[in-house]
Design a protein. Structure first.
Length: 243
């Protein structure tokens, strides 16, 4: 993929390849035509730097197709209906609460991926909340996150939706990743990354920590590729203790 200038703050430390990059007002999505869903979603956490309890957020719930995606690759509401899977956010609704437009924009289906309800409403939600707690710390200047699906093609791949003209077939990811890049008040950049299976679990988040390099290998994308040098290479290949 050709180098994309840093026209948006979100792209400061790099932007992975994708079939179509969707520049939203408050976050970016790299869309995959093959998987009929995002390969990744990139955001800077809310600049108000306050921890937000997701149970207290007024959600718009106005799920809708993203008409910037070509119809043959575009997810629609009918694809999720009766599937047994949640329309799982990659950029969390609770991360975008300052304006109605911010929150509404997270309900575009290009920001959704089919998630097991017990995964979406539990450990994935817990991880989103933990990242907001990190960002709310006084010593943290800015927090970037990138999230997306992971497919294991050694295993059977389940799909939702149809191919009969009323929708598309959307493969269900086996797992999801989230990589967090935070800059503190000393100018130090730290990374934390996670891979969590798309299933209900009672295990703690720490059990799913991996190196950023491992996410790159499993997801097939480069993360934070504008960060260069021996120090950042070491950071990418370490598993840092959670905040």
């Amino acid at each position: 993929m050709a180098e994309i200038p840093s026209l948006r703050r979100e792209t400061r430390y790099g932007i992975p390849a994708a079939d179509q990059v969707l520049f939203n007002r408050y976050y970016l999505v790299g869309y995959s035509y093959y998987f009929r869903q995002a390969k990744w979603a990139l955001e800077i956490m809310s600049p108000d730097r306050k921890y937000v309890d997701p149970d207290e957020v007024k959600r718009f719930n106005n799920f809708r197709p993203d008409f910037r995606v070509p119809e043959m690759f575009r997810a629609d509401l009918v694809d999720y209906k009766g599937s047994g899977f949640d329309r799982g956010h990659l950029v969390a609704s609770a991360n975008k609460t300052e304006t109605q437009l911010q929150n509404s924009e997270t309900f575009l289906l290009s920001n959704m991926s089919p998630q097991v309800p017990g995964f979406n409403g539990k450990i994935w939600k817990d991880l989103e909340a933990e990242v907001r707690r990190l960002d709310a710390k006084a010593k943290i200047f800015e927090t970037y996150t990138i999230s997306g699906p992971i497919f294991d093609f050694v295993k059977p791949v389940q799909s939702i939706g149809t191919e009969d003209g009323n929708g598309v077939s959307i493969p269900v990811p086996h797992a999801y990743f989230k990589s967090v890049l935070a800059e503190n008040n000393r100018g130090t950049l730290n990374m934390w990354s996670f891979i969590i299976p798309n299933e209900e679990t009672t295990q703690p988040l720490e059990n799913f920590q991996v190196s950023t390099g491992e996410v790159e290998r499993y997801a097939g994308i480069q993360l934070w590729e504008r960060l260069m040098g021996t120090k950042m290479d070491k950071e990418k290949n370490k598993t840092r203790k959670m905040w």
